[in-house]
Design a binder for this molecule. Structure first.
Ligand code: G4P
Ligand code: NA
Ligand code: NA
Length: 194
């Protein structure tokens, strides 16, 4: 997605060989016009897949998840990372280990919002080691629903996530695929549609 790659080039900051800072348009300040386009691009890629729900995770997945859901005319659900005061009954939970942060978190959704007839599109802002996406897919499977695919805004292709998700049989659509962050520079994958 060219608009996204341009934005990464102009405003992204390479913090290390592993981490890209995009807090001026995704992770802290959000660019609404870019998010609308991100939603349209996800919707285009999954338009023939009869999506009934979008599932994402708080907090940075919510903006792209919402925009994708708007374009697909379906609801968006965000998994919670912290215990909710009101989320007490019929909760599905999974465990997500972050290798980046070296911490393990429980994520949860109410079973009320995903059922066995749902065809779910999972959306997240970053794909690194794939653990958040796998946790979300686990929640969908616990609900007896189908994972239609996984939509990622920024994939770091040099980490394990993409390969892991493909090995599990999931279709992954990433709007920007980063081959390397070496030498303080963002290098995108050259594939068509990357
Ligand atoms: P994984 O799910 O792919 O295994 O990812 P990982 O544990 O490595 O990521 C932990 C957190 O760090 C996630 O956000 C993820 O989006 C974010 N992250 C991973 N790599 C990068 C990167 O290169 N740049 C930026 N900006 N973020 C990255 P989170 O803790 O869930 O936070 P939130 O922003 O959604 O609240
Ligand atoms: Na995220
Ligand atoms: Na994040």
């Amino acid at each position: 997605m060219d608009l996204l790659k341009q934005k990464i080039n102009s405003e992204g900051t390479v913090l290390s060989e592993h981490v890209l800072k995009v807090d001026s348009f995704i992770n802290h300040q959000i660019d609404p016009a870019l998010m609308v386009e991100i939603g349209k691009e996800f919707a285009k890629r999954f338009k023939d897949n009869q999506i009934t729900k979008v599932l994402t995770i708080e907090s940075s997945g919510i903006a792209p998840g919402l925009m994708a859901a708007l374009e697909l005319s379906v609801p968006v659900i965000f998994a919670r990372k912290r215990k909710s005061l009101t989320l007490v009954n019929d909760v599905l939970t999974s465990t997500v280990h972050s290798f980046t942060k070296n911490e393990t978190n429980e994520i949860s959704v109410s079973s009320k919002f995903i059922n066995s007839t749902d065809n779910v599109l999972i959306i997240d802002d970053f794909l690194a080691n794939g653990q958040a996406a796998l946790g979300l897919a686990d929640l969908v499977q616990q609900a007896g629903a189908n994972v239609a695919g996984i939509g990622i805004v920024i994939e770091k292709s040099f980490q394990q996530g993409r390969q892991l998700l493909n090995e599990k049989g999931y279709r992954v659509e990433s709007l920007a695929r980063i081959q390397s962050l070496e030498n303080g520079k963002v290098t995108f994958s050259e594939e068509v549609g990357a």
